[in-house]
Design a protein around this ligand. Sequence first.
Ligand code: ADP
Length: 196
Amino acid sequence: MFRLGLTGGIGSGKSTVSARLASHGAVVIDYDQLARDAVEVGTPALAAIAERFGPDVIAPDGSLDRPGLGSIVFGDDAARADLEAITHPAIVELAIAREATVPDDGVVVHDHPLLVEMGMAAFCDLVVVVDAPEDVQVERLVTTRGMTEADARARMAAQASREERLAEADVVLDNTGSIEDLEARVDELWAQRIRP
Ligand code: ADP
């Protein structure tokens, strides 16, 4: 199995790259999705969160009240560490189960905004970082996702810096050109480094 780690700051173009890799036949493990799946209604992780943070973080329909939980852990490092101690193992378990479905000769993409922060680069055959200047990321988030500039910058500030990510990269995909340019670079990468 070829294990590719894909990361990039929010708005860098990471989803565009993972979709292109999937079109070549890679199995993409989307960690934003896993993070939601790990705390679905009925999961042990959600029960542990309710036990630690109290019933206020559970919405009337039994699902996790994300804004409510967010307001508790935001700015409280100990609370956030407790939350992560619950969610991270649950996410890893889901990722391992998903990887087990990939054939031995397959390509799996670990599409993780915090790949570098989580120390996952060491487990990947190839670490690909999608990169764009911060102002370009912000502009795309504002125009295509309707975020405010302040919100986009706050989210970026919570992630590893561009330099920290680039230091772990085997391959940097520059995304300052068009989407078509980016996709062409993914096609090249696939042919040269992933399935030569
Ligand atoms: P990420 O997954 O890293 O947050 P996306 O791939 O979703 O980023 O890209 C963020 C937004 O910017 C999307 O709406 C996407 O269509 C757009 N986008 C990505 N790359 C480009 C590009 N080169 N030119 C213009 N828009 C782009």
